[in-house]
Design a protein around this ligand. Structure first.
Ligand code: FES
Length: 269
């Protein structure tokens, strides 16, 4: 026996007597011409399973960046919530086309958006109105801006003083003789040329701000050379129309804005 024959016998004996850690999947088949043919391995990995394509709808993926997994859970056994209640009826059908219901769905969105925009604008307007209103005069200040005078309490020939915006207000019920005398005065002869008609709305009623146009004193009614108003500070004389007739005052007494709310009620301011 040659050396090679003895070695072959020893190797064959070792292979058969020592258990191999690897299980042989299929017996080797020896071809007649003695070339060993290895039978195809049973598929055990996702890669080999995927290549075999024997799993029907089962999903198999493999690769460097993909986790290798064979999933045996079927979606038939997982309860999926039904969201049909929340879906628009126009798109519930699986064969419904999106463009067929697009206009109707856009209209709904436009209406909702428009409504919210109008609501937001109204809220912003209220907020701005409140902020600006907080900067305006308070109710008590506004109440002082106008004053109502009961004319029925002022008899003919009488003059009263009313406080208006912190200033004295002269209101005089003139007599017929006083009206005639003031209307007869030539305005051209006056320092501050104004006719009586320019200074009154109703000849019977004279309304003046009781502050001397010289340096701001308060004149006295029914006094002076013209029986109108007299400022004792520096001796200015005003007539029954409030026009300066004598003394240092340069201008006639000022006339405030006023109107007659009725025959017996005057509103000044
Ligand atoms: S303040 Fe009236 S006359 Fe001077």
């Amino acid at each position: 026996m040659s050396w090679s024959s003895r070695c072959a016998s020893a190797a064959k004996a070792t292979t058969q007597s020592i258990a191999s850690p690897f299980k042989q999947l299929a017996p080797a088949v020896t071809a007649p011409h003695k070339t060993p043919v290895v039978a195809p391995a049973e598929p055990h990995t996702s890669h080999s399973l995927g290549k075999k394509r024997i799993l029907g709808s089962m999903s198999i993926s493999s690769g460097i960046g993909v986790a290798t997994q064979v999933r045996y859970a079927h979606t038939d056994s997982i309860a999926v919530p039904d969201f049909s209640f929340y879906r628009r009826s126009s798109v519930k059908s699986p064969v419904a086309k999106n463009k067929d219901s697009a206009e109707a769905r856009k209209l709904r969105n436009y209406v909702v958006t428009g409504g919210l925009t109008v609501g937001a604008a109204y809220g912003a307007k209220g907020l701005v109105h409140t902020l600006i209103g907080s900067m305006s005069a308070s109710a008590d200040v506004l109440a002082l801006a106008k004053v109502e005078v009961d004319l029925s309490a002022i008899t003919e020939g009488k003059s009263v003083v009313v406080k208006w915006r912190g200033k004295p207000l002269f209101i005089r019920h003139r007599t017929g003789a006083e009206i005639a005398a003031e209307e007869a005065v030539d305005p051209a002869s006056l320092r501050h040329a104004e006719s009586d008609q320019e200074r009154v709305k109703d000849p019977k009623w004279l309304v003046l701000i009781g502050i001397c146009t010289h340096l701001g004193c308060v004149p006295i009614a029914n006094k002076g050379a013209y029986n109108g108003y007299y400022c004792p500070c520096h001796g200015s004389h005003y007539d029954v129309s409030g026009r300066i007739r004598k003394g240092p005052a340069p201008l006639n007494l000022e006339i405030p804005p006023y109107e007659f709310a009725s025959n017996e009620l005057m509103v000044v301011g």
